[in-house]
Design a protein around this ligand. Structure first.
Ligand code: PMP
Length: 287
């Protein structure tokens, strides 16, 4: 069965979903995106993703071409039509196609944004075997642009970093800037020392993870101590535990950093507990 995708208000078989070659998302990476995970056929943290989408669009002076209600309805429709039990909904909005290439933004009155959505089925998302072994990461200089708080589709450098990690036999990379960790290629980074959860504070240097916000809230509710501050790779290597968070990996333990194993090299109790808590609480509030 061919997947059903959403393109500018229409539901189409994926082969029929087409975008102009002049689309600014294609020509200039002039677009933003969100990834919302699906568990038990329901959307996890949808409101958080919708709010961050609105913020990304506003920061780029891009009009929101789809209402909040339509956005939610389309997410649900795609989950239903593609029979997604565990997986994700990808959403991308670009500044549209003005019919030529031009650095000047087109007038949104005459050039509407492009809205594309599709699903990816990922059975076993919650029961991910990687969460039992943990992830190894390498460090790599953060050479992305300076507005990482905006979720744009400029993913070439993170993609290169991921390839460098794979080439080094690791699973992912952590970006380092001015001697401290910013975040992972597609996730927020944390260490745990003496029971304290340490993660970089929010700024324009990192993406404001929707999973991060939820995990820190659940951690606080469970009386765990959270400290928002920078940390170095050296500090991370001597931490008791480390982990990353994102919409599709939830809480994923990190067991090795630049070749140094953390503790006994297996996922630590704080990361395991937070993963359980996150999945449990997310299922309760899924829509
Ligand atoms: N940082 C970066 C650079 C990311 O790409 C992502 C995932 N898109 C995250 C953090 C995690 O964000 P979220 O929890 O909203 O998926």
């Amino acid at each position: 069965m061919s997947r059903i995708v959403y393109v500018n208000g229409e539901y189409l078989p994926e082969e029929e979903g087409k975008i102009s070659i002049f689309d600014r998302g294609f020509l200039m990476a002039d677009g933003v995106y969100e990834v919302t995970s699906v568990l038990g056929g329901k959307l996890i943290d949808f409101e958080g993703h919708a709010a961050r989408l609105a913020r990304s669009l506003a920061e780029l002076d891009m009009a929101q071409p789809i209402s909040h209600e339509e956005l939610l309805a389309a997410h649900r429709e795609l989950v239903a039509r593609n029979d997604i039990d565990e997986g994700l909904v990808y959403l991308q909005i670009t500044r549209g196609s003005a019919g030529d290439r031009d650095f000047v933004f087109p007038d949104p009155e005459t050039t509407p944004g492009t809205v594309v959505m599709f699903t990816q089925s990922k059975p076993g998302l919650a029961d991910n075997p990687a969460a039992k072994t943990g992830l190894s990461v390498i460090s790599i200089p953060d050479q992305r642009w300076a507005r990482r708080d905006i979720k744009t589709v400029q993913l070439l450098y993170p993609s290169m970093a991921k390839m460098a990690a794979l080439a080094a036999g690791a699973g992912d990379a952590w970006f380092v800037e001015d001697g401290v960790v910013t975040e992972g290629t597609s996730n927020n980074a944390y260490i745990v020392k003496d029971g304290k959860i340490i993660t970089r504070e929010l700024s324009t240097d990192i993406l404001h993870g929707i999973t991060r916000a939820a995990v820190l809230r659940y951690a606080a509710e469970a009386q765990m101590e959270v400290v928002e501050r920078n940390f170095t790779i050296e500090e991370a290597q001597s931490a008791d535990e480390a982990f990353v968070t994102s919409a599709t990996t939830f809480v994923m333990p990190v067991t090795e950093i630049d070749g140094a194993k953390l503790g006994d090299g297996t996922p630590g109790p704080v990361a395991r507990r937070l993963r359980e808590l996150y999945i449990e609480e997310s299922l309760k509030s899924a829509i």
